[in-house]
Design a protein around this ligand. Structure first.
Ligand SMILES: CC(C)(COP(=O)(O)OP(=O)(O)OC[C@H]1O[C@@H](n2cnc3c(N)ncnc32)[C@H](O)[C@@H]1OP(=O)(O)O)[C@@H](O)C(=O)NCCC(=O)NCCS
Length: 165
């Protein structure tokens, strides 16, 4: 299914914008993507299937913390482990950069995404009131991602998606 997870380039932005606009009521603009790609401490990745970008995600490194800034899959391609593969790659990036914790905000109503993050050991620790203007955000964290136990968790998730594809 997903053949490749690789660095996002400027050439990917047009496709990411289409997915972004199909997904969010307040989508990121081209300027935001361009700024994020050159900002320091950011890593943006895309997943490709049959030569097309089907999802993307990013992480902001503020060591020892890593903050997932985005994770989005083409609506037509959801439920096929693309989000899981992107999260695996983002967690790898964070660990390789020396991060010890992973955090993100997620819409309080977005149970699918929360369930994905729970698989990655993330747990809710608080609420940011009206973070999305129309809704609260749940703040999720996982600590000790530099430890062997977390490596084992990632290996087990990786083994699961490899069997499934
Ligand atoms: C959240 C999102 C990135 C997940 O990507 P995906 O490729 O569909 O997810 P996967 O196929 O890898 O599924 C991973 C896990 O997510 C959860 N999940 C995903 N879709 C689900 C659904 N329709 N119902 C229930 N759980 C779901 C499950 O825990 C699933 O694990 P499982 O297959 O072991 O049950 C994708 O649905 C998306 O782009 N949603 C809109 C944007 C968004 O909400 N982004 C997150 C912002 S914080």
């Amino acid at each position: 299914m997903v053949e490749l997870v690789r660095r996002m380039t400027q050439g990917d932005i047009e496709r990411c914008l289409v997915i972004e606009e199909q997904t969010y009521s307040m989508p990121w603009t081209e300027t935001i993507f361009l700024d994020e790609l050159v900002a320091s401490g950011r890593e943006y990745l895309v997943a490709e299937a049959e030569g097309a970008v089907v999802g993307y995600g990013g992480v902001m490194l503020v060591l020892p913390e890593a903050h997932i800034t985005s994770l989005t899959v083409d609506p037509a391609q959801r439920g096929r482990a693309i989000g899981t593969r992107l999260m695996l790659a983002l967690a790898d990036e964070a660990r390789e950069a020396g991060a010890r914790s992973l955090t993100l905000e997620v819409r309080a109503s977005n149970k699918n995404a929360q369930s994905l993050y729970t698989k990655f050991g993330m747990a809710p620790v608080g609420i940011r009131k009206r973070y999305y203007r129309d809704e609260d955000a749940l703040i999720m964290w996982v600590h000790d991602i530099d430890r062997p136990e977390y490596s084992e968790r990632l290996d087990s998730i990786r083994a699961g998606v490899e069997v499934a594809s």
